[in-house]
Design a protein around this ligand. Structure first.
Ligand SMILES: C[S@@+](CC[C@H](N)C(=O)[O-])C[C@H]1O[C@@H](n2cnc3c(N)ncnc32)[C@H](O)[C@@H]1O
Length: 246
């Protein structure tokens, strides 16, 4: 899990202690400077507080909520694959909006959530923790679960552990983005949607061009909840053209 969505249990214990931590602590004894900066940022971040209030596992939920608010990609009854899903806030959003948890009347969707880290179940979702998405066995498992059914939305918020070296981190996230795209092309319905996170860099433009070969509309989005210092961009690719089978 990358630092933006760091350790849920740590975040939770910070939340629990927040009543006592109304002021930013000046001296966090025994904490490294980077941990201190991270803690200060968490305490100042309105999305962290909002995630706690709305019972999301992570502030990232608000990125997908905003994308959905603007582009209405998740509806009751849809089938969604969520790649890089831990700790599970996008999965929470997807299960609510597709009604995979069956909490509302009407069509009931399906959500398959996969991450290389273990994570807690999300009601209504099929959670595949401890599974590296780039491993063929993980994709075979997803295919078996889908039983030949095609998917309406593929989400990828996958991110590698950041090295801090921009070019390396960009290359690594592009490998994940291409793995998600290749899989999306195999399992998606015509007219489906693909949302993928990348960190800006030299391979971004080519990736956008590749998306346009397969999707009728592609746009780059930086949700409000993306931190100012982050280089992340989400590509929203819509209306999958389908693969020619001949
Ligand atoms: C930013 S976090 C995802 C947050 C999640 N969308 C949420 O809202 O809770 C990125 C995730 O990508 C996962 N990841 C990175 N590489 C992966 C891979 N090869 N296979 C599966 N998951 C991967 C990380 O373990 C991490 O949990």
């Amino acid at each position: 899990m990358n630092s933006l969505c760091r350790n849920v249990s740590l975040t939770r214990s910070l939340h629990t202690g927040r009543v006592l931590l109304k002021e930013i602590p000046r001296n966090l004894k025994g904490k490294k400077h980077s941990s201190q900066l991270w803690l200060e940022r968490q305490l100042r971040d309105p999305y962290v507080e909002k995630a706690k209030q709305e019972k999301y596992r992570c502030r990232s939920a608000f990125k997908l909520l905003e994308i959905n608010e603007r582009f209405k990609i998740l509806n009751p009854g849809l089938t969604v694959v969520d790649c890089g899903a831990a700790p599970g806030s996008w999965t929470q959003v997807a299960t609510n909006l597709t009604n995979a948890n069956g909490k509302k009347e009407g069509p009931v969707g399906r959500v398959y959530a996969v991450d290389k880290l273990p994570f807690y179940p999300v009601e209504g979702a099929t959670v595949l923790g401890n599974m590296d998405f780039t491993n063929i066995k993980t994709q075979e498992t997803l295919n078996k679960l889908l039983q030949g059914d095609k998917v309406d939305v593929v989400l990828s918020d996958m991110a590698p552990n950041a090295s801090g070296i921009r070019e390396i981190d960009h290359d690594n996230i592009m490998l994940l983005a291409y793995a998600a795209l290749r899989f999306a092309l195999q399992i998606s319905k015509a007219q489906s949607t693909f949302v993928v996170k990348i960190w800006d860099g030299g391979k971004m433009q080519q990736f956008e061009q590749n998306l346009l070969k397969f999707y009728s509309s592609v746009r780059a989005i930086r949700p409000d909840a993306t931190r100012d210092e982050s280089t992340e961009t989400f590509f929203l690719a819509r209306r999958f053209k389908g693969l020619k089978t001949s």
